[in-house]
Ligand binder design. Structure first.
Ligand code: T5A
Length: 218
């Protein structure tokens, strides 16, 4: 008898959007519904991916990584993540909750760094094995609010050292993807106080679970 495939849920958003903060609430809700959940992140999620993350976020390398190198390193970490962590978990019937996935490459490397979208799409096809999330929560908020939150939390990493217009392009690219794929994305107003953000997130997850449970018997 085959094991039912788990579901793949991703959280996306700009700097300081609150992804890490809402992750545990999402996990609790999924577990309460009976799901076996793993939490992971990008770049990272495997020993090799975490080592690549160290290079990508090292502030000492600010200005020393070409946009093409950055894009390839993001997908190098993702290629390992898909094969070593995500696909095996889904095949075993587990639910995977990832702090960022390929949408971040379209937003940061496509929007922020102006890398051609067709190159990102080609990498998505072969390096990420064309894996698509079942649901993506986009935590959207004005760039200034997110940066203030992120900077209040600790020293900036290499990407957080970018100028505000870079993050404006990232936000615009995320919103454009969400508008183009409304069946997969739920946009959360992350500028609200945490309780209000969590309410929106729980509603979105609740609706998704309802569709899954409705379809389970068919
Ligand atoms: N990247 C990643 C790419 O360029 N391309 C890619 O393909 C991928 C996968 C690392 C970086 O890599 C880039 C994007 C990133 O620059 P990351 O580790 O996810 O990715 O880094 P960040 O987005 O920088 O993670 P942050 O930790 O900054 O953001 P979070 O997780 O969204 O925010 P969080 O939860 O840590 O919250 C930040 C602060 O705000 C507070 C929290 O308490 C915390 O102090 N906060 C709130 N305060 C008020 N009201 C609320 N509603 C709040 N929610 C949270």
């Amino acid at each position: 008898m085959s094991v039912r495939r788990g579901k793949f849920i991703t959280l996306e958003g700009g700097e300081g959007a609150g992804k890490s903060t809402v992750l545990s609430a999402v996990r609790e809700q999924l577990v309460a519904d009976g799901a076996d959940v793993i939490i992971t992140r990008e770049p990272g999620g495997t020993p090799a991916g975490e080592a690549i993350r160290g290079v990508l976020l090292d502030p000492a390398l600010h200005g020393a990584i070409a946009p093409e190198t950055e894009l390839l390193l993001m997908f190098a970490a993702r290629a390992q993540h898909v094969r070593e962590t995500i696909k095996p978990a889904l095949a075993a019937g587990r639910w995977v909750l990832s702090d960022r996935f390929t949408d971040a490459s379209y937003a940061y490397q496509g929007g922020g760094r102006a890398q051609p979208l067709e190159r990102i799409a080609e990498l998505e096809r072969w390096a990420a094995d064309d894996l698509q999330p079942d649901l993506t929560l986009l935590l959207d908020l004005p760039v200034g609010i997110g940066l203030a939150r992120a900077r209040g939390r600790g020293p900036a990493d290499r990407i957080e050292l970018e100028a505000q217009d870079f993050f404006e392009r990232v936000r615009a690219a995320y919103r454009a993807r969400a508008a183009a794929q409304p069946a997969r994305f739920r946009v959360i107003d992350a500028s609200q106080p945490l309780d209000a953000v969590l309410d929106q997130v729980r509603n979105a997850i609740g609706e998704f679970l309802q569709t899954q449970n409705d379809g389970a018997g068919s």
